[in-house]
Design a protein around this ligand. Structure first.
Ligand code: PMP
Length: 290
């Protein structure tokens, strides 16, 4: 596998970063998870925009232009003969001293990995997920804003551990006020009375690109979509619930904390959005081979 590393393509065995890199020492950096479908990179410009927003929020000056990030991403796919896969784009603060001061880091490091995607097993899409609310509260936006896609994912990892320990694949994370924020790597939606509801960003959700696409698809189908604070009660009593994310795409949740959601199987609104989302991924995006 060829990895893009600081402007060069290197074999994965030689794709190495320093042990003094603050990305490793402190989780100081930003990243994106992107998908390629059918020879195109889906929503690439949106992912690069979000990377720039995350970098701005942590005062990290990205060493490449938007256009060069786009070029480097498609080139990484080409070098690995990828038509369908998962791309991880990472920018670390770079090698510095053992102290925290990020301004002592020489230069940010950029690497891009284009690999195969590991999806949830197919039966999860047919059956739907069983979710659990976990004790770890989503980061406060006044502390480490969940809108920043930073390399510091311990908050999510702790929640993921709690979900797995509780026998579930994915966790519902609440914010410090007890409102639903999101899952560990996905945004969350509910359907109630034919309308869609999803937590607003200030509740502690990432500005999910799949979330945005699904909101547009739903509105184009005539559904009302609202960003509103949700409690666990709202999840338990929803007609349908589903998650959205680049990796998981759109996937139903059919049980939360032992409460069966709706009919206990993926509902009609969710199923329609799953198929509309899949159709869109197959037919749009930045061409890898042009
Ligand atoms: N929330 C979190 C915490 C995430 O890490 C992700 C992406 N993996 C999402 C939501 C979904 O965002 P997107 O649709 O842009 O992949």
């Amino acid at each position: 596998m060829k990895i893009f590393l600081d402007g060069k393509f290197v074999d994965e065995r030689n794709a190495k970063v320093s042990v003094f890199d603050h990305g490793l020492l402190y989780g100081d950096g930003v990243f994106e998870g992107i998908r390629a479908y059918n020879g195109r990179v889906f929503k690439l410009a949106e992912h690069i925009d979000r990377l720039f927003y995350s970098a701005k929020a942590i005062l990290l000056k990205l060493p490449m232009s938007r256009a060069n990030f786009i070029k480097a991403t498609t080139e990484t796919c080409r070098r690995n003969n990828l038509r369908d896969g998962y791309i991880r784009l990472v920018v670390t603060r770079g090698a510095g001293t053992l102290g925290l001061n990020p301004f002592k880091c020489k230069a940010p490091s950029v690497f891009i990995i284009a690999d195969k995607i590991q999806l949830y097993p197919k039966e999860f899409y047919e059956r739907g997920l069983d979710l659990i609310t976990v004790p770890t509260v989503r980061n406060l936006h006044s502390a480490l804003n969940p809108a920043i896609k930073s390399l510091n994912y311990l908050n999510n990892i702790l929640a993921k551990i709690e979900a797995i320990n509780g026998g579930c694949e994915e966790a519902v994370m609440l914010n410090s006020e007890g409102f639903v924020a999101e899952c560990t790597g996905d945004n969350l939606f509910v359907v109630k009375g034919g309308q869609l509801f999803t937590p607003p960003l200030f509740a502690g959700a990432l500005y999910g690109i799949t979330r945005q696409v699904v909101m547009e698809l739903a509105r184009n189908s005539g559904l009302t979509v609202s960003e509103s604070n949700l409690t666990r009660y709202d999840l338990f009593n929803a007609d349908e619930c589903f998650l959205t994310g680049t990796g998981a795409e759109v996937i139903a949740a059919v049980k939360i904390d032992g409460r069966v959601i709706g009919g206990g199987h993926p509902g009609s609104v969710t199923k329609k959005l799953i198929s509309q989302y899949r159709a869109l991924t197959q037919s749009s995006g930045e061409p890898i081979y042009s």
